[in-house]
Design a protein around this ligand. Structure first.
Ligand code: AFP
Length: 332
């Protein structure tokens, strides 16, 4: 059986589709290699002594897990010497990470959440890595300001999910494609070409323990889903919540669904829960490229103009018709 690897897929995008330049292809391959290394660390878990807290806090004031630190280091070191990057920004770092003077610089900016869903590490549940690639604006130093571009300007985005198998889901603006890691051969194999999210769904994902803080449009939407066949929707819905955004989004790409981390009374002072640059934008591009939708409830995520590297926003994404319904409830 002939298998299309990530390298072949990217060369095809570069050569025939003229969608990506060679240095962007290289950048994505380096990220994919780093993700393989992270997958090995995640897979070893307790055997390598990698469970538990690192004893440090990140810029968000959250306790860092040992694997957060390891995954961050792997991505930084893998990407700093290739010559394709101007700078990197990580959810785990206060400021952008600049390319050491000893290495050549390129035109791209790499943004990542090295280990998303890290509260799941110690209980052996799926976690992931999320990444986004921007171009550094011409004549601009790669300081924080250079990263503050709308999600529409992303030239590539994706995530890896470390589950029963490790998968890399990627978009370069020509649809969303999934690659599975063949552990014996060490290669990424295209297993899920041109993923399409069903427009309708019977599944929703939300942290319902926060329901008393939700705004009225979200209260109404979820109440209608919970009323099921006896309510205005006239059908039953099922609920899922992994608490790893990568795993929840991956399920939605595979079989549809809606994911909500909305604005609520508790997270309002911070603007929401999920990080715009590290989580919301890359996932919104992946979802839109798969035919789904991503909104804050008030505007498309990808249209937001970032105000800071670590800005948080509300996120509602997944099956198009359900996201549109939640947006309509907000408009009312
Ligand atoms: P961590 O990476 O800090 O564990 O956060 C995970 C996350 O940002 C996202 O992946 C989940 O969807 C969400 O937070 C889970 O939030 P709850 O703790 O409210 O379930």
């Amino acid at each position: 059986m002939s298998r299309v690897t990530l390298t072949q897929f990217l060369i095809e995008q570069q050569r025939n589709q003229k969608m990506i330049p060679a240095d962007l292809r290289l950048l994505i391959e380096v990220v994919a290699r780093a993700v393989k290394t992270i997958s090995v660390h995640v897979g070893k878990g307790a055997v390598a002594g990698l469970l538990g807290n690192a004893g440090t806090d990140n810029v968000q004031g959250e306790a860092q897990k040992k694997l957060d630190v390891v995954a961050n280091e792997v991505l930084l070191h893998a990407n700093e010497w290739g010559g394709h990057l101007a700078a990197m920004a990580s959810e785990e770092l206060d400021d952008p990470s600049y390319i050491p003077k000893t290495y050549p610089k390129g035109e791209y900016l790499l943004v990542f959440d090295p280990l998303d869903g890290s509260s799941n590490i110690d209980v052996n549940i799926s976690v992931g890595t999320i990444f986004s690639v921007l171009r550094c604006p011409a004549n601009m130093e790669p300081t924080e300001e250079a990263f503050l571009q709308t999600g529409r300007r992303q030239v590539a985005a994706g995530y890896a999910v470390y589950g029963p198998s490790t998968m890399l889901v990627l978009t370069v603006g020509t649809g969303t494609h999934g690659f599975t890691l063949d552990r014996e051969f060490g290669s990424w194999v295209l297993t899920h070409g041109d993923i399409r999210i069903p427009e309708d769904t019977k599944e929703f994902a939300i942290n319902a323990s926060r329901s008393r803080f939700w705004e009225p449009p979200v209260q109404r939407y979820i109440a209608e889903l919970q009323q099921g066949a006896d309510g205005p929707r006239g059908q039953d819905f099922n609920m899922r919540w992994v608490a790893s955004m990568v795993a929840d989004v991956h399920r939605i790409l595979a079989r549809g669904g809606i994911f909500l981390y909305p604005l609520d009374e508790k997270n309002r002072p911070r603007g929401g829960h999920l990080r715009l640059l590290y989580e919301a934008n890359p996932m919104a591009m992946v979802v839109e490229q798969a035919g789904g939708a991503a909104s804050t409830g008030r505007e498309p995520v990808l249209d937001l103009v970032p105000q800071g590297l670590h800005q948080r926003v509300p996120v509602i994404l997944g099956s198009r018709h359900e996201v549109e319904r939640v947006v309509a409830y907000h408009a009312e």
